[in-house]
Write a protein that binds this ligand. Structure first.
Ligand code: FMN
Length: 328
């Protein structure tokens, strides 16, 4: 077993954090990852405290493993800013790790989670932001390289960022972005990361409920098929991210402002999907799926088939462990 400062702090047996991933990081995926021995994460961005409590209780009912809750704190996604501390409190009362992204680290939010005994992590994109996260009281930092799938905070590659961040802070650092194989995981751990954060690989787990057309596009793609773009901006302007180029081209070619319809997993609410909207297509989305953002990191080459979340965790960790032993 790969024991690191992360596994010690968080209490799971495998140094993998499943990324917050909007609608895909639902309670079923997080529970499956946690049951496999890694840290499962439920995305609860923008949800009111009572819904957060309900979703996380559902997750807890499926696992005795280690789970976390992910909040994007950018004001574009959190219109009701005043209720954020209450939302964080509701999550922190139910999970081991409260994880933040896309907003300058805020000590007051960290304190809310700490009061409930949670471990706090903040995903950052620069060494200045890493220092700010440590100063705000965070226990863990997630360094996100520009190779990552989904929205991206930083501007440089993961290894260059890790180098800077590991020099700048003393708390454990999790490496994120482009890690889709055991080899990449081993390399990040060898470079000094205490764990890896993996997003794109878990999209192809049935538990994520990603739309099957999105999953097949990922299976067929390689790193060269991703593109860093701000084009998918409806709902969140000025926030770049990485998608499959094919989905960007399909959105550009789509005629009309509406590309489909979605139903919320937890709310049951139906809504139209607008062209260039940020929402990820799930099994509850209909319409021109190919023209919706196929968020994907350069790790997408590691997505070769549909695999359960447990298989993905075990494949990555056993390959990484073997390689690290071989490298001595
Ligand atoms: C579909 C998708 C949605 C994402 N949504 C979120 C999110 O809601 N919150 C968050 O902190 N990060 C989000 N991310 C970024 C991840 O936290 C992480 O940095 C990224 O997945 C790592 O790169 P990888 O995809 O190559 O593994 C998302 C990533 C993907 C692929």
């Amino acid at each position: 077993m790969l024991r690191t400062a992360f596994t010690e702090l968080v209490g799971c047996s495998i140094p993998i954090q499943q990324a917050g991933m909007g609608a895909l990081a639902n309670h079923d995926l997080a529970a499956a990852v946690a049951n496999a021995g890694a840290l499962g994460t439920v995305s609860v961005t923008g949800a009111p405290p009572d819904l957060i409590a309900k979703i996380l209780d559902q997750c807890r009912a499926l696992t005795r493993g280690v789970i976390g809750a992910n909040f994007i704190v950018d004001p574009a996604l959190v219109p009701d800013r005043a209720s954020l501390p209450e939302a964080v409190d509701a999550a922190a009362a139910r999970v081991k790790v409260v994880d933040f992204f896309h907003g300058w680290p805020e000590a007051s939010l960290v304190d809310v989670a700490h009061k409930r005994g949670a471990v706090v992590s903040w995903q950052i994109g620069s060494s200045d932001e890493a220092v700010a996260a440590q100063e705000a009281g965070c226990d863990l930092i997630v360094a996100q390289g520009i190779e990552a799938g989904g929205h991206i905070r930083g501007k440089i590659g993961l290894l260059a960022l890790l180098d800077e961040v590991l020099e700048a802070v003393t708390i454990p650092v999790i490496a994120a972005g482009g890690i889709g194989t055991g080899r990449a995981m081993a390399a990040a751990l060898a470079a000094g990361a205490a764990a890896v954060r993996v997003g794109t690989r878990f999209i192809a787990a049935p538990e994520s409920e990603a739309h099957p057309a999105y999953v097949s596009a990922l299976i067929q793609a390689g790193a060269q098929d991703t593109v860093f773009t701000e084009a998918f901006s409806v709902g969140w302007p000025d926030a770049p991210g990485r998608v499959l180029r094919s989905s960007l081209q399909a959105a550009e070619a789509h005629e009309g402002d509406i590309v489909g319809e979605r139903t919320g997993k937890y709310t049951g609410t139906k809504s139209q999907v607008r062209r260039f909207e940020i929402g990820v297509p799930t099994v509850r989305t209909t319409g021109a799926i190919e023209a919706m953002p196929h968020w994907a990191g350069e790790s997408v080459g590691g997505v070769r088939r549909v695999q359960s979340a447990a298989e993905i965790v075990h494949e990555l960790s056993s390959e990484a462990e073997d390689l690290l032993k071989r490298w001595g």
